[in-house]
Structure formats: structure tokens, C-alpha cells
Ligand binder design. Structure first.
Ligand SMILES: O=C(O)[C@@H](CO)OP(=O)(O)O
Length: 247
């Protein structure tokens, strides 16, 4: 049996301001830092050990990993960063307030943008100053690989090859893995692991900074999963994420 730990980053400045974030590289708030530290304390108290960590190229996830690993005195662990674990690209919504958008377009439309499987938000123009196409961290990618918007289906299409080619082989070889990532890149992975139907993934929300443990069999099929710590608090935090898009 393998144990895989997934952690969504702690609260970011744009989570606090309730703004669509996507690939925008915002940092953690003091609450986010303390959520990340609590995640590390919990993992340590429960006796978790890791050999390898994966994260995105966005600082809210990278810093969450640092603070959690620091609590475990494991900042020396190897860390692999990949754009494939980035948050879902939020297109033209990046930077806009979720509740304001719900007031303007209605809760239903915002729910479609936030949680539908295959309807992407409006795309950014490639020349939009918010586009990441000129960002040096993505220099290894062809420009058309840098999204201008994504639905969850698009996120699944870039997360799962990384899982199959890189993360899964490391777990199969016996390495104990932690992944610090984002609400929608984690939803993409969870959808794939648990075989969640396209219409059922709409109801799945991932809370900030609470370790989500997947127990996997030898074929990496999930046996069960659970949040570490207070299950009721995790369910409440997930419900709070769900309501961020309401007017
Ligand atoms: O804004 C975002 O990038 C994500 C995660 O914070 O938000 P949502 O939960 O609306 O998908």
C-alpha cells in the first residue's frame, strides 16, 4: 500500500480578496502561512515521512510546501516543480472578484465557469498584459502550450500525463510522495484517481492547507482517502470554497 499526500496551498492574497487567480503568481497571507505550518505539524504528529515532493511553479504552492516541510524538518527533501501542477488557467476572469462576477452574470454562470468540466471561462487575448506568454518561467514551452484559458478538462489533459510519466513511477518505485498544488489541479488528479464522472466533479471542492491522504494499492488505485485532522472542519472549509462564487 502506498500513501500519497495532496495539499492545496494555504490561503493566498487573492483567496482573501475573493479574486479569480489561475496562473497569477500571488503569495500566501499570514493565515495561509499558518495553515501550511499546521499541515506540516499534523503530518509530523501523525508520523508521515516523505522522500520526494512535487509542486507547481507558483509561489503560493511552493511556499506552502516549504512551510509544511520546515515544520517536519524536511526542507532538504528533493522538490520537483512543474507548470503541469499549476492552478487551472482562469482566462479573462483572472484578477476579477468572484462575488462581483456573480452579481453581474449570476451565480449559475459563475458556477459554470468555476466548476463545469468542459466550459472554459472567456479566453485572454495573447497580448493581454495578464497573459503569461512572456514569462521566463515558461520559456521551455511552445507559446501555444501556455493557456489563455482552461476548463477542468484541459487541466486534466496536462496534469495526468505528468502523473503517469513522472509522479506515478516515483510512487511505484517506493518513494513516499507529497504534492503541494492548487484547488483545480488537485481536483483534476482526484477526478482521475477516483474515476469521478464529469457532472459529479462539479460538487468537489478542496480546502486550503489541509493534507488529503490517498491510500493506493499496488496498481495505484485508491483504496480510500481522507483529510488529516478534524474531518468536520475540512468539510466546512470545502463548503466555504464552494460558496466563494455566490453574489
Ligand atoms: O481562483 C482560482 O484560481 C481558484 C482557486 O483559488 O478558484 P476557484 O475555487 O474559484 O476555482
Amino acid at each position: 500500500m502506498h500513501k500519497l499526500v495532496l495539499i492545496r496551498h494555504g490561503e493566498s492574497t487573492w483567496n482573501l480578496e475573493n479574486r479569480f487567480t489561475g496562473w497569477t503568481d500571488v503569495d500566501l497571507t499570514p493565515t495561509g502561512v499558518s495553515q501550511a505550518m499546521s499541515a506540516g505539524k499534523l503530518l509530523k504528529a501523525e508520523g508521515y515521512e516523505f522522500d520526494l515532493a512535487y509542486t507547481s511553479v507558483l509561489k503560493r504552492a511552493i511556499h506552502t510546501l516549504w512551510y509544511a516541510l520546515d515544520e517536519m524538518d524536511r526542507t532538504w527533501l528533493p522538490v520537483v516543480k512543474s507548470w503541469r501542477l499549476n492552478e487551472r488557467h482562469y482566462g479573462g476572469l483572472q484578477g476579477l472578484n468572484k462575488a462581483d462576477m456573480a452579481k453581474q452574470y449570476g451565480d449559475e454562470q459563475v458556477l459554470v465557469w468555476r466548476r463545469s468540466y468542459d466550459t472554459p471561462p472567456p479566453a485572454l487575448e495573447p497580448t493581454d498584459p495578464r497573459s503569461e506568454r512572456g514569462d521566463r518561467r515558461y520559456a521551455g514551452l511552445a507559446p501555444e502550450q501556455i493557456p489563455l484559458t482552461e476548463c477542468l478538462k484541459d487541466t486534466v489533459a496536462r496534469v495526468i500525463p505528468f502523473w503517469n510519466d513522472t509522479i506515478a513511477p516515483s510512487i511505484r518505485s517506493g518513494q513516499r510522495v507529497v504534492i503541494a498544488a492548487h484547488g483545480n489541479s488537485i481536483r483534476a488528479l482526484v477526478k482521475y484517481l477516483d474515476g469521478i464522472a464529469d457532472d459529479a466533479i462539479v460538487g468537489v471542492n478542496i480546502p486550503n492547507g489541509i493534507p488529503l491522504v490517498y491510500e493506493l494499492d499496488d496498481d495505484l488505485k485508491p483504496i480510500r482517502h481522507y483529510y488529516l485532522g478534524d474531518a468536520e472542519a475540512a468539510a466546512k472549509a470545502a463548503a466555504a470554497v464552494a460558496s466563494q462564487g455566490k453574489a
